[in-house]
Design a protein around this ligand. Sequence first.
Ligand SMILES: Nc1nc2c(c(=O)[nH]1)N[C@H]1C(S)=C(S)[C@@H](COP(=O)(O)O)O[C@H]1N2
Ligand SMILES: [Mo]
Length: 406
Amino acid sequence: MPHLNRRQFLTLAGLPVVFAARLPAGISLLGLPDPPEGLPGKDPGLIVLNDRPVNAETPAHLLNPRVTPADRFFVRNNGLVPRSILDGEAVDPAAWTLTIGGEAMPREVTFTLAELRDRFRHHEYHLTLECGGNGRKEFNPPASGNQWGTGAVGCAKWTGVRLKDVLEAAGYDREKAVYIGYYGKDTHLSGDPDKVVISRGVPIAKALEDESLIAWAMNDEPLPPLNGYPLRLVFSGYPASCSGKWLSRIVVRDRVHDGEKMGGASYRVPCKPVAPGAEVADADMCIIEEMPVKSLITSPKTGAIVESGRSLSLAGHAWCGAGKVARMEYSIDFGSNWESCTLTAPVNRYAWQHFAADVTFPETGYYEIWARATDDRGNAQPMVIPAWNPRGYLNNACHRISIKIV
Ligand SMILES: Nc1nc2c(c(=O)[nH]1)N[C@H]1C(S)=C(S)[C@@H](COP(=O)(O)O)O[C@H]1N2
Ligand SMILES: [Mo]
């Protein structure tokens, strides 16, 4: 019998240490690095930009599925997620309330989440949400704020009730209503419970569209904690900042909503183009409404290596803030020549559309593929970074990936 000692049965993080018996005395194990921390309920492949507040974007290749999986949906928080929600505690639908108030409401009306689900017809739409600051990191002079690359966008299937059905049942005043604003249950970074994190909204006409939802589900599951569980607004086509999360209150305003982050340089751009770096007076700034036409190559991953003589399957999505994407093209010669891609119709209004092409390359070497979408009003994505603005919004320049042909 070989000599047995207890070192033979050593385990580390649940794993047997196979050669434990041979581990010399006095040598301690290195151990394993902690698993990448990641975000609760999120794919570890997301790129975390900040952890307080939490901001994370999705690398382009992880957006390849037609419907963005909930665990890959980007996260943009301005404040702190309510602790119990972050910890994954279930909310009692009879206890979560949504109050509708504001100047254009004769009296305040409160619905519980259970009542919203029981009393109103449910609707489902595939809706694209894109942060107004997506692509900010390309602006020069640089704009302050999260340095988003390309991944503050996703298109999921959302389920909920129409905001218009709820506003009608609540008895809002059609004559007075100009704008809606939202309030959520997240808390200010300062910890001050009286400070509002963000309270944005949309013009009443946008609020009354069929696809404007008060949603409780993403891809048939409750909303992820970081994306607004248990209830949020979804206004596709407008900056995602309009889509309030952890929703608890809606105000129907008799004027343009003036909540937190509706004024100054927040989600506003110069009404007329300005020189990069210019100071812009408050009066010359306009609220961003419709998002511009844009597209993303989701396959292959940038940097792909392809054998010469083979054709490459190119795929991705294209979307715009209103109407449809009418044309999708790609270039392998830095925009000198453009070839057409196939392009699907949207599943419903505001869903992103899918493009594909088989790309061939004349010889071995380094290439870039540039992708360009054009909407049905003739607006095309620019090849260069578009109009500079103080906070770096609305960068819809063509997406580029690199390819090595060997
Ligand atoms: N209550 C609340 N709602 C919010 C925010 C927030 O910080 N708090 N951020 C807004 C911004 S700026 C964006 S881009 C979207 C992001 O939605 P997502 O995190 O589900 O991707 O939520 C919006 N709704
Ligand atoms: Mo945003």
